[in-house]
Design a protein around this ligand. Structure first.
Ligand code: PEP
Length: 254
């Protein structure tokens, strides 16, 4: 296996477990990480309010910390926002960028996603950049066009950076719905993404992990991870219990 594409399982906690229950969940993930060895990387993305506490919880483990969002300025009069430097200060190494909920509910455009990818990399945060089509777009056979357009906003930025980032293909119709993409549907898009990365640079295609996201559960994970271009998962609902997050990580640990 290509070591820079070791499976990565990232948990997006969304707006759940922001206090003591978050620390308990992180403790459970640490326990699971100790049973896994070095065959899989684990990243958790709790809410902002509990990041600093969880940084201490995971300190002596291989589990890494991500934020779910940030504002792409280092500091300034941006009431209510969190900067990439603040995330670094509280122990984050990763950050989710361009999640469909940010695009849908907070109006984040492709160009803003590109700006955030550049800002994350400039601050030494590793982005997990999300792309994916809606149900209408899939039914109109526009999936590859839509995903390519979303990628276009940040591929040059990735190609200029030596960092090994992750891209998450998350079909919007599969997020939180229980409708998972079939392995053939996922692999078609993942392989296309790998090809577009390779058109920029072979090294970029080799080092980038392409995660699948959208209703990944313990009982469907292994089938998805068997696809040659699926390098792990971005998990929402199933990451809120350490046991199910751990079962998905075990399925990737081959
Ligand atoms: C997500 O929010 O990124 C996600 C994939 O959610 P779920 O696993 O619940 O579909």
């Amino acid at each position: 296996m290509n070591p820079s594409r070791r499976p990565l399982i990232a948990g997006n906690w969304k707006m759940y477990k922001g206090g003591r229950t978050g620390v308990e969940l992180a403790q459970g993930v640490v326990e699971i990480s100790r049973t896994l060895g070095s065959g899989v990387d684990l990243v958790i993305a709790p809410p902002f309010t509990v990041l600093a506490a969880i940084a201490s919880t995971i300190e002596d483990s291989s589990v890494k910390l991500a934020a779910q969002n940030f504002y792409p300025k280092n500091e300034g009069a941006f009431t209510g926002e969190i900067s990439p430097l603040m995330l670094k200060d509280c122990g984050c190494e990763w950050v989710i960028v361009g999640h469909s909920e940010r695009r849908q509910y907070f109006g984040e455009s492709d160009s803003f996603v590109g700006e955030k990818v550049a800002s994350a990399l400039a601050s030494d945060l590793i982005p997990i950049v999300c792309v994916g089509e809606t149900l209408d777009q899939r039914q109109a056979h526009e999936t590859l066009r839509v995903v390519q357009q979303q990628l276009h906003a940040f591929l040059d930025i990735l190609a200029r950076s030596p960092r090994a980032v992750a891209i998450a293909y998350e079909p919007v119709w599969a997020i939180g719905t229980g409708k998972v993409a079939g392995p053939g549907e996922a692999e078609e898009v993942h392989a296309a993404i790998r090809t577009w990365l390779a058109e920029k640079s072979d090294a970029l295609a080799v080092r980038t992990r392409i995660l699948y996201g959208g209703s990944v559960k313990p009982d469907n994970a292994a089938t998805l991870f068997a696809c040659p271009n699926v390098d792990g998962a971005l998990v929402g609902g199933a990451c809120l219990e350490a046991a199910s997050f751990g079962a998905i990580a075990k399925a990737a640990n081959h």
